[in-house]
Design a protein around this ligand. Structure first.
Ligand code: ZN
Ligand code: ZN
Length: 207
């Protein structure tokens, strides 16, 4: 059995696909690993510009524009005798929405966390500490979380691949299928109106 480098699931080694020395369970996982790799090659300037736009959007939770939005987390634990469940919830919101959730999650841990042995007793202080750390981190409005940056990078990478696929499709269209105005060899069909990005590497086959 092998472990997929993208989704962490186990699968028979013979069914695996290899890319850059890593093994993946499916074509889908190869594509998402490629997207992630591509996402982190996008220049910081392009990402910073997009981040500025995204972070100044209205909070998806409260709808207000009261400060930069980011990906925030809160942590809970619930115990009942021998059963203990832990949960971490990530959500994109403004800081005040996140703070409310994190305080509520801390209260949840204090009330419901302790009543299990042994994990409730040990886990409750862990989850409360994680909430406190998340609250302190949320206070840093200058720098967003790495996860938020990554989600923006992935969106840009997706857009780049879509543009490239569209350009390739236009190039591959047989001549007789082209509309009359493009019969002239010197005339090029209009490519996308969206901003163009430089592609650092050529991607594998798209779905
Ligand atoms: Zn996988
Ligand atoms: Zn909000």
């Amino acid at each position: 059995m092998s472990l997929c480098a993208s989704c962490n699931s186990r699968f028979p080694r013979a069914a695996g696909l290899e890319m850059d020395g890593q093994i993946f369970c499916s074509e889908r996982c190869v594509q998402s690993a490629y997207l992630l790799q591509l996402a982190w090659t996008i220049s910081d300037d392009v990402v910073l510009e997009q981040l500025k736009v995204r972070r100044s959007q209205a909070c998806p939770e409260c709808g207000k524009s009261n400060g930069p939005i980011d990906l925030h987390r809160w942590h809970t634990i619930s115990s009942f005798l021998l059963v203990t469940t832990w949960k971490t919830t990530p959500r994109i919101s403004c800081r005040s929405c996140a703070l409310q959730r994190q305080l509520f999650a801390t209260g949840h841990c204090l009330v419901l966390g302790w009543w299990g042995f042994p994990w409730g007793i040990f886990g409750t202080p862990v989850q409360i500490t994680r909430n406190v750390v998340s609250m302190v981190r949320s206070g840093n409005q200058q720098r967003c979380s790495r996860e938020f940056e990554q989600s923006v990078r992935i969106d840009i990478a997706r857009e780049m691949l879509a543009q490239q696929a569209q350009a390739t499709q236009l190039q591959q269209q047989p001549k007789q299928m082209q509309p009359a105005q493009f019969v002239n060899e010197t005339q090029q069909p209009p490519v996308s109106q969206a901003p163009q990005y430089d592609l650092p590497i050529f991607p594998p086959k798209l779905e």
